[in-house]
Design a protein around this ligand. Structure first.
Ligand code: THU
Length: 137
C-alpha cells in the first residue's frame, strides 16, 4: 500500500482518538483501517465505570465495518493520545484477524508488518470448519 494511504489512515486515527471516552485511564486511542472497497473505517476506545467492560478502539472499528456492510480489512493502524502508533492488544489482534486474515497489513512502532507476523498461528474460522467437516463425515 502506498505511503499516502498510510498517512491518510494515520491522520484519521489521530482525528478519531480525540473522540475517545477514556476518563479512567486517561489513555485515548484512535484506530483506522482501509477496507477492500476503498472505504475507511474508524473507532475510538470507550471506557466504563465497570472498568472491565471497556471497549477498545478496535471494537468500535469492527462494529462500524460490519454495520456499514462488511468487507475485508486491508491495512490497519492505531495511535495513542500523542498520535504515536501503538500495537493493538492481543484480544484485538484476534478481532482484526477475523476480518483481515493473515495478510492484513498492521502498522507497528517497528514498521508495517502482516497479521501473520503479529499474531502467528492464529486461530480462525477455518479451524472451526475443519472440525465441523470431520464431525459430519
Ligand atoms: N486500548 C485500545 O483501545 N486498544 C488497544 O489495542 C490497547 C488498549 C484502550 C483500552 C483502554 O481504554 C486504554 O486503551 C488503556 O488500556
Amino acid at each position: 500500500m502506498d505511503h499516502l494511504k498510510w498517512e491518510e489512515i494515520r491522520a484519521r486515527a489521530r482525528e478519531v482518538s480525540r473522540q475517545a471516552y477514556a476518563p479512567y485511564s486517561g489513555y485515548p486511542v484512535g484506530a483506522a483501517a482501509l477496507v477492500d472497497d476503498g472505504r475507511i473505517v474508524v473507532g475510538c476506545n470507550v471506557e466504563n465505570a465497570a472498568y472491565g467492560v471497556t471497549l477498545c478502539a478496535e471494537c468500535g472499528l469492527i462494529s462500524s465495518l460490519v454495520a456499514g456492510g462488511g468487507g475485508r480489512l486491508v491495512a490497519f493502524t492505531c495511535v495513542n493520545g500523542n498520535g504515536e502508533v501503538i500495537m493493538p492488544c492481543g484480544r484485538c489482534r484476534q478481532l482484526l484477524h477475523e476480518h483481515g486474515g493473515a495478510d492484513l497489513l498492521v502498522d507497528t512502532p517497528e514498521g508495517v508488518k502482516t497479521m501473520a507476523q503479529v499474531l502467528p498461528q492464529a486461530f480462525g474460522p477455518e479451524d472451526l470448519s475443519k472440525v465441523t467437516e470431520q464431525a459430519t463425515r
